[in-house]
Design a protein around this ligand. Structure first.
Ligand SMILES: Cc1ncc(C[n+]2csc(CCOP(=O)(O)OP(=O)(O)O)c2C)c(N)n1
Ligand SMILES: [Mg+2]
Length: 551
């Protein structure tokens, strides 16, 4: 069959129903093949970064593969940042790029959109993906596609396929086993003997511990083992915290949930509880500066179990080929002794004054968002980088609602397009927490929402600039962004805009927003020197750290 048709059939077989993209002449044929009747739904946005973030939002929210299709060069290069973020945060996104045909390459001239060499884009994506190939051999084309997609799924990281425009209609053989295959993708298998031994040693350590604690990270979510992790946490009975990136991987309204751990700047009860733990069972937590509060992992190694990246460390023993799913399932079968402790959820929010006819503060925004979410089903909160990334740690989503944020790579721009992708993928309605600076990067993609039948609620926190840096920056004018009429723009773009300055106005706007069929932008004015409690702690600690390193 034609390579283009094979690609459609393959993607449909693995459960892909939509892809995100922007066309260009070097990808037009592929674009039309992918989007033909009975093909895939193609969701176009305005700018490739938006396309990349939307696919990432779709993949994060659904737990399935996200797919993008862009043109070569100007398109592919324009999507580097979102794909880099997906690599860092382990999001399976398949990038499909067009490219110049053989004839034009033989001309011996430079080809439009080319950077250094025709292969440059492939080489760039080799750095940002777990598998990258140019599909240029018709005999091997089907296998190449299959290998890249399987690797993407196994590693939960982006992959790259470059299909030059003269290949789209080329007829390719499809191996029998791909025709017979049921389309199920699989994760890596563990070595059973190593799983058994890691589980035995972990059980012994856990049963001997007097103050154990469970820390949940992003891998439990990516490898779809959260239901088992919840049962395991209940069997163990130890308090549960999540990392910043892992927020949402464990239900925020579970009685064992304490909140988010972000090293020494966590809420005081969490710092005390983690520091006094004689055993920390880390399930799927990446070793990042953010998760460890810029301390080296060695400081806790002798009192920790760490399952991540296909291995388990039980203090100084390392078991390779033990993947998180098998480890968790093994522990569920083990004779664990139930720990008993009463656990209290904690955040960083001071109590909210009762008076509501007063100027908004960031903590009011968070209290109002929590009030809005209380008891509601079917919402997904998306926190954008900037103050809202840290502010979002104090948001509590209940009843199985989702929470998405780039908690480690932390690129601005994910929020609005990520929310569009999440809503397309799951149908859940997004509530986006977004700074004015970040909104000016990718927020205008919200104008695409009505075309695609989407209606996120975007809370734009307007503090007049990139104010997360204000406490540590002398020259405040370097942080200014121009004033945009955010609420009015929403009205002009076919949505509904609200402009709020006071607590009661925000409360009223939030209670009105769900009634809107179209998207909503609530522009919330806060003072330039107001920040969420966690940002203030983080930015000051980070500046101190910077000084130590540079002097
Ligand atoms: C793509 C990208 N560029 C730059 C940064 C560095 N950065 C982090 S937060 C921030 C400012 C955020 O401003 P805004 O969205 O208005 O949020 P605020 O902190 O003011 O609430 C910047 C520039 C980044 N994280 N990502
Ligand atoms: Mg701002």
């Amino acid at each position: 069959m034609a390579l283009g048709d094979f690609l459609v059939a393959y993607l449909r077989k693995i459960g892909v129903t939509q892809l995100f993209g922007i066309p260009g002449d070097l990808v037009l044929r592929l674009f039309s093949r992918l989007g033909k009747p009975r093909g895939l739904r193609i969701v176009t946005l305005s700018h490739e970064p938006g396309v990349g973030f939307a696919a990432e939002g779709d993949a994060r929210a659904t737990g399935r593969n996200g797919v993008v299709c862009v043109t070569y060069g100007a398109g592919g290069h324009n999507m580097v940042n979102p794909v880099a973020g997906s690599f860092s945060e382990r999001v399976p996104v398949l990038v499909i790029s067009g490219g110049p045909g053989e004839d034009e390459r033989r001309l011996g001239t430079l080809i439009h959109h080319q950077a250094k060499a025709i292969e440059s884009q492939l080489r760039i994506y080799q750095e940002l993906t777990c598998a990258a190939s140019v599909v240029d051999d018709p005999q091997r084309a089907a296998r190449t596609v299959d290998e890249v997609v399987r690797t993407v799924w196994r590693e939960q990281r982006p992959g790259y396929l470059e299909i030059h425009r003269d290949m789209v209609e080329r007829r390719i053989p499809v191996p029998r086993e791909l025709i017979d295959w049921d389309g199920a993708l699989h994760f890596s298998r563990s070595d059973d003997r190593r799983v058994d031994e890691a589980v035995r040693e972990t059980t012994a350590r856990f049963n001997a511990a007097r103050r154990p604690l469970t820390m949940i990270g992003i891998e439990t979510y990516r490898y779809k083992v959260q239901p088992e992790v919840r049962h395991l946490a209940e069997r163990m009975g130890a308090p549960v915290t999540t990392t910043v990136l892992g927020k949402g991987a464990f239900p925020m309204d579970h009685p064992l949930y304490m909140g988010v751990h972000i090293g020494p700047i966590s809420p005081r009860p969490i710092v005390k509880r983690v520091d006094s733990a004689d055993l920390v069972v880390n399930l799927g937590t990446l070793l990042t500066d953010m998760n460890l509060g810029s301390r080296p992992p060695q400081i806790t190694r002798d009192r920790s179990i760490w399952a991540v990246g296909g291995r388990v460390n039980v203090s100084y023993h390392t078991y390779t080929d033990v993947h998180i799913r098998d480890f968790v399932r093994g522990l569920l079968r083990a004779p664990l002794r139930r720990h008993r402790e009463s656990v209290r959820y904690c955040d960083n929010l001071p109590p909210q004054p009762v008076e509501t006819r007063r100027a908004l503060r960031v903590t009011d925004v968070l209290h109002e968002v929590n009030r809005f979410l209380r008891g509601r089903r079917g919402w997904v909160v998306v926190a954008e980088s900037g103050d809202m990334l840290f502010a979002g740690l104090d948001v509590r989503v209940e009843r199985g609602g989702g929470y998405l944020a780039q908690g480690y790579y932390a690129s601005m721009g994910f929020g609005v397009p990520g929310a569009l992708g999440a809503q397309i993928g799951t149908g859940a309605r997004p509530l986006v927490l977004c700074g004015d600076g970040a909104f000016q990067m990718t927020g205008p993609e919200i104008a695409q929402a009505p075309r695609h039948g989407l209606n996120p609620v975007v809370l734009v926190i307007n503090n007049g600039g990139w104010q997360i840096f204000r406490p540590v920056m002398k020259h405040h004018e370097l942080l200014d962004v121009p004033k945009w009429p955010y609420a009015r723009l929403a009205d002009d773009w076919g949505g509904r805009g609200f402009y709020v300055e006071r607590v009661d106005e925000l409360r009223a706007a939030l209670s009105e927003a769900p009634r809107s069929d179209t998207f909503v932008v609530i522009e919330a004015i806060v003072s330039p020197d107001d920040l969420s409690p966690v940002s203030r702690k983080y930015i000051e600690a980070s500046a101190r750290h910077g000084r130590v390193v540079t002097t």
